[in-house]
Design a protein around this ligand. Structure first.
Ligand code: FAD
Length: 549
């Protein structure tokens, strides 16, 4: 089977060797440094705590950010943007998200998801009309998918768009909520159902906030990200010209998900930035603070937190860059599993790191005068938006199962041939081999391969045992995701080190990090390769019964 997906193909026994061997991690270049430098210069008068107190981004700062091209970082130069490549852009994201996520979010939401649909799916007229003001910051964009009754189950949103009788407009009705940038926005990418009989048959529309029938609510009070605008938006009989439909009627859900691939990568990069910032804080704090007559960085339990942060940041960075490389070559490449992994790994590990950074600072870490608590409050939402941790923990195997089922329906319609196909799938081999001079790299490659085989085995065995009910076996699905997550981490790190070696760089530090991560992956494998429930998972049912009446 060919899934046209890097990881999907690994599960089914083959690896895109060219992709692996051609990967080179990008060094920070002059343009990226210049962009970051300008950003730091402009924002130095506005410390994160000041912006938080203001609860908004001051107009003069917005103007300065517009002038340095902050709203057009990854928009092509042709439309007035800075024209950064995806990987350059993600390096900038890592840097600015680490400094102040609340401020970074205005451009993240605008560029990574708000107007990304126009970059990816817009026709030339739409690009000319909207990307030019988007790049200058004259028209900031929001991405509007979530609704009061529908969040994770995005295919079933209730907003509707009906084509007018003269075929010139779509009449848009519905309500969106928690929309980032809502009160800064001049433009929105809005998703709505086109056919009430076919959930998921959607349209994606460019909507201007000044149009009749568009009503933006007041900013919602939040636990963090206070300078970022988050509000509900109502659409009442809004006349959206047909020229403002992105892509084809019915393609809206695909558009929404393709955009989120980019958003999730940006969250992966932002997580790297948050981890790096916390690393620097932990290093400084633990070298300065003395207890029991020594610096606290001499204690293993303090070192452990820094080691974890260093390894997690390295792995998240490798995964994000490797995935971004695929999108740079093919902007609509099928990287749903890979970007989901970047988001899941990055945001969950960064959350742990932020927690640990506060812990290393001891009592002082708890004070509101220190940056730690704000960073935790700001970052908390990243495990919720753009797909919650729970959804990303089950989504990759569900995605593959959907493809498997489609394949079986088309090629193996009878029950017997389905059964034969599934049984054969249990014993398939992997036809790829990675060989290196370093033993640890070979061991990592072997574990990655074993995880790939286990994912395939579990998917086939799971279908045989659970049948259609497999989608409700969430512990089982999460174990598969964990195997795949570590497989991807290992492969991305191997590709990064392999690329660095080819460039003649010293890789001794990289190999130490790989050794540590390999052990983490091994422990996960021990836990996660099981087909049947662990004892704890089985006991869960008994306790859950008394909670869910
Ligand atoms: C600050 C902020 C900014 C946001 N910005 C935007 C934006 O710009 N644009 C936009 O469209 N949306 C935005 N969102 C919305 C965000 O994407 C949603 O909140 C998120 O997708 C979750 O949806 P929900 O809140 O409806 O939670 P629900 O989907 O109702 O989920 C509630 C809980 O149930 C869990 N759950 C749901 N389904 C399953 C399942 N199948 N299995 C296991 N657990 C499950 C979830 O993981 C979660 O823990 C933003 C949200 C916030 C808080």
């Amino acid at each position: 089977m060919n899934f046209e997906s890097f990881l999907g193909n690994i599960y089914f026994g083959s690896m895109d060797m060219e992709r692996f061997h051609s990967f080179q991690d990008l060094e920070e270049d002059e343009i990226t440094r210049e962009v970051i430098g300008k950003y730091l210069e402009v924002t130095k008068k506005y410390p994160p705590s000041y912006l938080e107190q203001q609860g908004t981004i001051p107009a003069e700062l917005l103007e300065e950010l517009k002038k340095i091209g902050y709203f057009g970082l990854n928009i092509p130069e042709k439309y007035g943007g800075v024209g950064l490549s995806l990987r350059q852009y993600l390096q900038v994201v890592a840097e600015i998200a680490g400094k102040d996520l609340a401020l970074a979010l205005i451009s993240l939401a605008h560029l990574s998801i708000g107007c990304k649909g126009i970059v990816l799916f817009g026709n030339e007229a739409q690009k000319e009309k909207y990307l030019v003001p988007a790049a200058s910051g004259e028209m900031i964009f929001s991405y509007a998918l979530t609704e009061p009754k529908i969040g994770s189950d995005a295919k079933h949103i209730e907003s509707k768009a009906v084509l007018s009788e003269d075929g010139k407009y779509y009449i848009l009705n519905g309500q969106k909520t928690y929309i980032t940038n809502a009160n800064y926005a001049g433009g929105l990418t809005v998703f709505a159902q086109l056919d009430s009989e076919k959930p998921g048959f959607m349209g994606s529309f460019i909507v201007e906030t000044t149009w009749d029938g568009v009503k933006i609510g007041k900013d919602m009070p939040k636990m963090g990200l206070k300078a970022s605008s988050t509000a509900a938006i109502q659409f009442k009989d809004v006349r959206v010209p047909v020229e403002n439909l992105l892509s084809q009627p019915g393609e809206g859900f695909k558009v929404a998900m393709s955009i989120l691939n980019y958003g999730r990568l940006a969250l992966g990069a932002g997580s790297v930035g948050a981890m790096n910032q916390s690393m620097r804080d932990m290093e400084k704090q633990s070298a300065r603070r003395r207890q029991f007559g020594v610096e606290i960085n001499s204690f293993e339990l303090i070192q452990e937190k820094m080691v974890q942060a260093k390894v997690d940041s390295y792995v998240a960075s490798a995964m994000t860059a490797f995935t971004a490389g695929m999108l740079e070559d093919h902007p609509q490449a099928r990287i749903a599993i890979e970007s989901s992994h970047c988001k899941l790994f990055g945001t969950t590990r960064a959350w742990d790191t932020l927690y640990n950074a506060l812990q290393v600072a001891g009592g002082s870490g708890y004070l509101a005068t220190q940056p730690y608590e704000k960073r935790l409050r700001d970052f908390r939402v990243t495990t919720i938006f753009e797909g919650t941790t729970e959804i990303h923990s089950i989504y990759p195997p569900l995605f593959v199962l959907r493809n498997l089922n489609k394949h079986m329906k088309a090629v193996h319609p009878s029950s017997t041939s389905k059964l034969v196909f599934l049984l054969k799938g249990l014993f398939g081999k992997a036809d790829w081999k990675l060989r290196f001079h370093q033993r640890v790299m070979n061991r990592a490659a072997r574990l990655a391969k074993a995880n790939g085989r286990s994912v395939r085995w579990l998917l086939h065995a799971g279908l045989l045992i659970y049948g259609k009910n497999i989608q409700n076996e969430q512990f089982f699905l999460r174990r598969i995701t964990n195997l795949s997550l570590h497989l991807y981490g290992l492969v991305a790190v191997l590709a990064k080190i392999d690329g660095a070696k080819k460039m003649g760089r010293d890789i001794s530090e990289d190999l130490r990090i790989l050794s540590y991560f390999l052990e983490v992956a091994r422990q996960s494998r021990k836990r996660d390769k099981r087909l049947f429930r662990s004892r704890k998972e089985a006991l869960h049912k008994n306790v859950a019964k008394s909670i869910i009446s």
